[in-house]
Design a protein around this ligand. Structure first.
Ligand code: DP6
Length: 337
């Protein structure tokens, strides 16, 4: 037998960043994080669960992933099979025979992979959702599958504002992502500026380990900064207070890059273009805070603005990066604003 499911899952952008693990195997974070789900950037993923012995395969955007050098997929498949066995035991299906299975995954993203754009998040979230459907799992189990693939993936399981709680337990049972808003803020737009679509220099896992082991600023961030910021984001989002939301987003992006720089050896994700963009946003915000930048583990920027300010921001950004006005027009048309 073959079970096949195709799902489309969006990526998310962290407003208060996840950086540092308390457990590397189960991917349990050192701090809570909160993100915005970006509907239009998705990973369309087909998962086939096939009976019988065979090789697991994963293909992303037409390229075969070398599974021996990326153990996360195997972890997810093993966990899926464990959950399946557990369910059978729970429902008292005393199957004496042990049927083996293997998986085939084909994923297509409509945005660059590994550019520090949390693209792995959408991919693993999609795998989690697809396996959930195949095995009829509950949301917490699907959340766990996505998370052990890539931490930030568990935040892509819902729309809107999503709060990933670090939890306290060692087995990760209270480490889950939950929806954190009562209604989607439809007016929020996310403009992604790709300055470099190459693979990141220091991967998240390696970077997080280095920061946890060497940064003194990280402790301060986790204990005294993040909890308050999570509440501030929720409150600003709920009351549609863009200025408050934007201030927290930018402050947290900057602190995340500061703890990277505080690591030994220091990690630098932002480049010249990133900094120019920061200056563009600062200038744009001079009278009133109307845009917020945020950067993940790479130089590419995500700028969050309200719908009405999209054209003005793009104009400001492109003027500075000196792109001809005909191109600017087509960008505006693309965006339908
Ligand atoms: C900077 O989720 O990619 O984007 O759990 O090791 O797979 P792993 O890391 P990953 O880290 C994302 C880090 C970040 C911030 C964030 O998305 O919260």
């Amino acid at each position: 037998g073959v079970s096949e499911v195709t799902v489309r899952v969006p990526m998310n952008i962290a407003l208060v960043k996840y950086w540092g693990k308390r457990d590397e195997q189960l991917i349990l974070p050192l701090n809570d994080s909160i993100s915005l789900t970006v509907d239009k950037l998705t990973a369309e993923t087909t998962v086939r669960m096939i009976q019988g012995v065979g090789e697991n395969t994963v293909e992303i955007n037409g390229r075969r992933v070398e599974l021996s050098s990326n153990k996360r997929y195997q972890t997810v498949f093993d966990e899926a099979l464990r959950l399946q066995r557990k369910r059978k035991e729970d429902s008292n299906q005393n199957e004496t025979e042990c049927i083996s299975h293997h998986f085939e995954v084909i994923s297509k993203t409509n945005f660059p992979v590994a550019a520090g754009l949390a693209s792995s998040a959408a991919g693993f979230a999609a795998i989690g959702r697809a396996i959930q459907k195949i095995l009829n799992l509950n949301d917490t189990q699907a959340n766990r599958l996505a998370r052990i693939g890539s931490g930030s993936a568990c935040r892509s399981m819902f729309g809107g504002l999503v709060h990933w709680k670090k939890g306290e337990k060692e087995d990760g049972s209270d480490c889950v992502a939950v929806r954190a808003d009562s209604e989607n803020w439809k007016d929020l737009y996310c403009i992604i500026l790709v300055f470099d679509d190459e693979r990141k220099k220091v991967g998240s896992s390696e970077g997080m380990r280095r920061t946890r082991e060497t940064s003194t600023l990280l402790k301060h961030r986790i204990e005294s900064v993040v909890p308050e910021r999570i509440e501030q984001v929720k409150k600003a989002y709920e009351s549609r207070n863009f200025q408050d939301l934007a201030r927290v987003i930018m402050a947290d992006s900057n602190q995340f890059h500061a703890v990277c720089l505080d690591s030994v050896p220091p990690i630098r994700y932002l480049n010249e273009s990133s900094w120019r963009l920061i200056e563009v946003v600062e200038k744009f915000n001079q009278q009133e805070v109307k845009a917020a930048y945020t950067f993940d583990a790479g130089p590419n920027a995500c700028v969050i603005v309200q719908k009405d300010d999209v054209p003005a921001f793009i104009k400001a950004a492109l003027q500075d990066i000196s792109i001809p006005s005909e191109d600017l027009k087509s960008v505006e048309e693309d965006l339908n604003v």
